[in-house]
Structures are given as C-alpha cells and as structure tokens.
Design a protein around this ligand. Structure first.
Ligand SMILES: *Cc1c(COP(=O)(O)O)cnc(C)c1O
Length: 400
C-alpha cells in the first residue's frame, strides 16, 4: 500500500466523513507550490479557498509568527495585550474603516455581523423586539454554524440540521428588484457576497454592487458584505466592493487575513455602529490573541509591500484571456475577477471532478464546485509562466 493510501485510510478510519477530498496527501509547501508524500510537486490552484493569497509559508509571516511565539502566547480579552491594538490599527487602515472586532474563523465573523445588525436594528432603527429580518441570497455560502446553514439554499448544508434560526429571508442573487421588494420596516440588513465563490464564482452584473449600496442607504438597511473569500486582493483590488465604490456598513473578513498560518477573522465598521457592542455582549477567547494579531499584521504587510492587488488584477486578466483562447467546445464560460477564476463546462462534457483528477496527475490541484465548474485560485504570488503552463494542462485535459 502506498504512503498516500495508508494516510487516506487512516483519515477515513479515525475521522468524520464530512469532506470528500481529492486523493492527494500534502506534506510540504512553499509559495504557490505544494508537494505530496510521494515527493510529487503541484501548483496549488485552490490556496485553501483563498486563505493563502500571500503564498504558502511566506517568510515574513513565518518570521512574525515565530517571533511572537517566543514572546507572548495567549492573554484572553480579560486583559490587554501589546499586539492587538497595533493589529487593529493596521487592519482598519488597510480596509478603510474606523473600528474592527477580531474573531477567528469566517463563520464567526458572519455570526458577529448578524449579531451587530440585529442589535442595531432594535436599538437604533427601532425594530420591535425579536422582529428583525436579514435578507440573504440563494446559493450563498457564509459558513457552517447552525444559524448560517439555516439560511443556506443548499440541501447538503441545511438538511437534518433544523429547526433553522428565524429572521432570514432569501432572494435571488444579482437581482436589485428582488432586494427592493423584500425590504420591510423590520429589515435590519442585507448580507451578501460580492462574488459568490462557493456557488461557482458567480460574478454579478455591472451595477449590482453600487445598486445594493444605494438601495440599502435609501431604506436605512445595513449592507453586510461577506468578503471572507473575495477580500485581501484576491479579486484584483483590496476588496471586491471597491470595483463599484459599494462600501458596506459592515465588512466581514477572514481567510487570507491569517496568511495561511493561523485562523484570523473579523468585522469592520465605523465607530458609531460598532459601539452597539458593549462589554459582555460579544466575545471570543482567542479573538485578537497575540499570535493571530502578529500573523495578521504581517499578512497585511505582505499584501501591501508586494502590491498583490495589482498583481492579482494583471495576472487574472491575462489568465482568463489565455483560458478563453483554448476555445474548447466543452467550455461554457470562463469567468472571474482577479485570480478568482472559474471554468464552467457544459453538462455534456462530464463531471468537473473528473477533470480535477486529470489535472492532479499533471501537477495541478484544483477543486470542482457544483458538478460542472472548476475553480482556479492560485496564490497571488504565482508567476505568469506558471499560469501559461496551467493553460497548457487545461487544454490537454480538455482534448483527452
Ligand atoms: C470560507 C467562507 C466563510 C467561512 O469561513 P470559515 O473560516 O470556514 O468559517 C464564510 N464566507 C465565505 C464567503 C467563505 O468563502
């Protein structure tokens, strides 16, 4: 039995079966590349769902983490520590908001945004007790907590986990009229991804982001943008909302904030709104901890120093135009923004997963979503020549 098979068997034997991974066992990583236990090298075109925008084990981030580990570990928020404040100062400046609240995972950031929106709804907007509504979109992905899966439209995500938390209303994505129609006096917020990543990199029509901003403003409804996946330069700007100047009231971030080394998430808002939270109303043992704070500060530093927003934008345009040149009759569409790219295949072309297996054999790790779509999201530090090579491999598997 190969080392790969042995390890996969161990995972299956001792672990819960809540994932269906591509059968590769990774044991080493550097920059955009990873190596499996047999020594084979791959270009990582998933980047842990965009948590590794800076590339694996970026030396600046690794150093910041090691230095911090040698000095101070965990304090909890019962005391101050000498790292969190610097981190929040850097984060708020990077994102262009007055205040931030640090958490750990993306789902926690979403939960934090929901709590803030509801409390604002009652205390500021004057919604009657327990009547607050939050509007969400079908095909959303916001995480895996009980409340979040309760407003998912994917049966795999919600079935068997009811009863769902009340107070959510679903509308189609990329539909401004549906948003206008769904708002009532009790609407506290609209929660949406600027590009639906897990749904298969669904990019909304031009004018959608500015449109939802306007509708929310006109109706005194908070706009909560989930940029856990699209944020931190992935789509070619620091945040995807910047394409249409659709600055949200609450920005939800995670994934690449931790540079692939440590889970760090958070929400950003301006002072008056954030002040809805008072002592005791929200918290997290690990949120804002010194190691996460040091890692996140370094992760932001890398995005700035290496201008990864510009790099993602230029490389993404180039990559998509080269993929479109393939011109295979199996390809329905190549779409994306920056280096968040998807190829959607016609159903007649077979399952996207089969192509992911073939790409794996050729040294590319990509992940299928929703049967017919293959997502490509390499580290933003990837080289142009590597993308040319990816295009050649994609062309080859489509011609097989
Ligand atoms: C990954 C993701 C989340 C959840 O993040 P976790 O860290 O897995 O909890 C939330 N929203 C979006 C858009 C995501 O892509």
């Amino acid at each position: 039995m190969s080392r790969t098979d042995e390890i996969i068997e161990m995972d299956n034997r001792f672990g819960a079966h809540n994932y269906h991974p591509i059968p590769v066992v990774i044991s080493r990583a550097e920059g955009p590349w990873v190596w499996d236990v047999e020594g084979k090298k791959y270009l990582d075109c998933l980047s842990a769902y965009s948590a590794v925008n800076q590339g694996h084990r970026h030396p600046h981030i690794v150093k910041a983490m090691k230095d911090q580990v040698d000095r101070l570990d965990l304090t909890s928020r019962a005391f101050h520590n000498d790292v969190m404040g610097e981190f929040l100062k850097k984060l708020t400046r990077f994102c262009g908001f007055e205040k931030a609240l640090p958490m750990n995972t993306g789902a926690e950031a979403v939960e934090t945004g929901i709590k803030l929106a509801r409390k604002w709804g009652y205390e500021v907007k004057g919604i009657p007790k327990d009547k607050a509504e939050i509007i969400v979109c079908s095909d959303n992905f916001h995480g895996r907590t009980t409340t979040i899966v309760g407003f998912s439209s994917d049966p795999d995500a919600y079935e068997g986990f009811g009863p769902a938390t009340p107070g959510f209303k679903m509308i189609p994505f990329d539909d401004l009229d549906a948003l206008k129609g769904a708002i009532t006096d009790n609407t506290a917020a609209f929660l949406v991804e600027p590009i639906q990543g897990e749904a298969g990199v669904k990019v909304p029509s031009e004018g959608y982001l500015s449109g939802i901003r306007q509708i929310c403003t006109d109706n005194n409804v908070l706009l909560l943008l989930d940029e856990v996946q699209t944020g931190f330069c992935r789509t070619g700007k620091r945040f995807c909302w910047m394409y249409e100047d659709a600055r949200p009231d609450v920005l939800l971030v995670g994934k690449a904030l931790g540079g692939g080394l440590y889970p760090v998430s958070g929400i950003l808002a301006d002072g008056e709104l954030m002040d809805v939270f008072t002592p005791g109303t929200h918290g997290s043992t690990f949120g804002g901890n010194p190691i996460g704070s040091a890692v996140a500060m370094a992760s932001l530093g890398v995005l700035e120093d290496e201008e990864l927003d510009i790099r993602a934008s230029e490389l993404g345009e180039y990559f998509m135009s080269r993929l479109r040149e393939i011109g295979s009759d199996r390809i329905k569409e190549v779409r994306g923004r920056g280096l968040l790219v998807a190829i959607e295949l016609f159903e007649s072309a077979g399952k996207a997963r089969e192509y992911c297996y073939k790409l794996k054999d050729r040294g590319i790790l990509a992940k299928d979503t929703h049967d017919t779509t293959i997502r490509f999201a390499p580290a933003l530090t990837v080289e142009k020549a590597d993308l040319d090579w990816v295009v050649d491999q994609v062309r080859a598997v489509l011609e097989e």
